[in-house]
Design a protein around this ligand. Structure first.
Ligand code: EPU
Length: 410
């Protein structure tokens, strides 16, 4: 199974392009709805964006716009990542507040306080975050309360063009952050410590456009890995480095799977019913919260009881009622879930509540007798390109019924 570029990297790499006038090209971009929305966000900022296959070409004007409207931001929370680069380039930005979503409240306090430390004047008005720094941003020392992925990215993208040195402590260490640092460095930025919890950034005056390849999607790769283990299957995933999934793959080994890592690939096979394993989500390199629905699914069919703990999003367990419709025995209490495994689940109509819950329900459906119908699959379209075709390639009897194909045009 080939896995393309990571959604959560590609979206931000497109925002990174805003930092340099001229034509940047982001390659290995997944063909998903979120990328099409991000392209539209950039177009409304005055960029000329072409999506061709897995390539996004972005022509950035000398002076990009400085406003991102609610109609797009509410459809793509990640569009908040234009805040840092636009403030750095324009000295003024007005971006709609994304609001909460189905997996939790998701604040912006660390984005705001970090930019304020760099000299920005920030206020919230009529549903917008408004930030200005007419004299330019200045390097500063910033401590994050929590290694937030989004805050680290916004601050990083602002700091590369600030005057002086910025240090971000307790920074996120995700492979997607490293990917962003690599693109920024190729553009001429000076960054030390990518992939560690301290990022040191020395501001430069201008950056140059580049071509960059997006890192493989470890969450999509991890989804297939769990799918293989849960269905007692055998899947080889290409395009994702196994070390980016170290803990997840180790959990599958503890559950009884055989995992063979390669350079940019890994194989997962499982012969017997999985054993129950306890799983705790944490910022990278911990077990990814985006694989939590798959962890619950594994527990649901495992031999024994699993304790699954979620530490990142307060609403991540919302989908368990849907999983229960498939016969899964799950009890949640605060950020813990106890899952008592059953030999088989039982197919039923269920509803995706977010991208990962949607994929998790489909994978759980593979372990259920009879037909499982997953509704609201537009959520899955946001993160998994060609999900149905990929499942069919793996031998699953699956069809996309009465749901329009995702659109990439606006
Ligand atoms: N948080 C705050 N204040 C802030 C920033 C974050 O309280 O200023 C809290 C959030 O409320 C949340 C936690 O910190 O509870 C984690 O937030 P983080 O900023 O780390 O996550 P994010 O940038 O909003 C990205 C991914 C998520 C992924 C998380 C964690 C993108 C577009 N999204 O979100 O991916 O779960 O990091 O790894 O990169 C998905 O792809 O389905 C998805 C939800």
């Amino acid at each position: 199974m080939h896995v393309g570029g990571a959604k959560n990297s590609a979206l931000k790499l497109m925002a990174v392009a805003l930092l340099a006038e001229g034509r940047s090209v982001v390659r290995n971009v997944p063909r998903i709805t979120d990328i099409a929305i991000m392209a539209e966000v950039l177009r409304r900022l005055g960029c000329d964006v072409t999506l061709d296959g897995t390539e996004a070409a972005i022509e950035v004007p000398a002076e990009p716009g400085s406003e991102a409207d609610y109609d797009l931001v509410r459809r793509l929370r990640a569009s908040i990542c234009v805040l840092g680069p636009l403030l750095a380039r324009r000295g003024y930005v007005r971006v709609a507040l994304p609001g909460g979503d189905m997996i939790g409240s998701r604040g912006l306090d660390m984005h705001v306080s970090g930019l304020a430390r760099m000299g920005a004047d920030i206020s919230g008005e009529h549903g917008f975050v408004i930030a200005s720094a007419p004299a330019g941003l200045r390097g500063s020392k910033i401590w994050l309360d929590f290694p937030s992925v989004g805050a680290t990215e916004n601050l990083l993208m602002a700091a590369v063009l600030a005057k002086g040195t910025t240090e971000i402590d307790n920074a996120a260490r995700e492979p997607e952050i490293v990917d962003i640092c690599e693109m920024l460095t190729a553009m001429g930025a000076r960054i030390d410590g990518a992939g560690t919890s301290t990022l040191e950034i020395e501001g430069v005056d201008t950056l140059n456009p580049v071509r960059h390849d997006t890192v493989g999607d470890r969450i999509v790769g991890g989804t297939w890995a769990f799918g293989a283990a849960m269905t007692r299957g055998d899947v080889t995933v290409h395009g994702v480095r196994p070390q980016y999934l170290d803990i997840a793959l180790d959990k599958l080994v503890a559950a009884g799977a055989v995992v063979e890592p390669g350079d940019d690939l890994f194989r997962v096979r499982m012969e017997n019913r999985p054993r129950a394993v306890d799983i705790v989500t944490l910022p990278y390199p911990g077990f990814a919260t985006d694989l939590l629905p798959m962890a619950i699914g594994l527990g649901a069919v495992a031999n024994g009881s699993s304790l699954i703990t979620e530490n990142i999003f307060d609403g991540r367990f919302m989908f368990v009622n849907e999983m229960a419709r498939l016969g899964a025995d799950i009890r949640t209490d605060g950020h813990h879930a106890v899952v008592r495994g059953r030999e088989r689940l039982s197919g039923a109509p269920v509803r995706a509540t977010d991208i990962r819950a949607g994929a998790g329900l489909v994978i759980a459906g593979l372990c259920a007798d009879g037909v499982t119908e997953v509704g609201e699959v537009h959520h899955i379209d946001r993160g998994y390109p060609d999900f149905v075709a990929d499942l069919a390639k793996l031998g699953v009897e699956v069809e996309r019924a009465d749901v329009p194909e995702p659109t990439f045009d606006f």
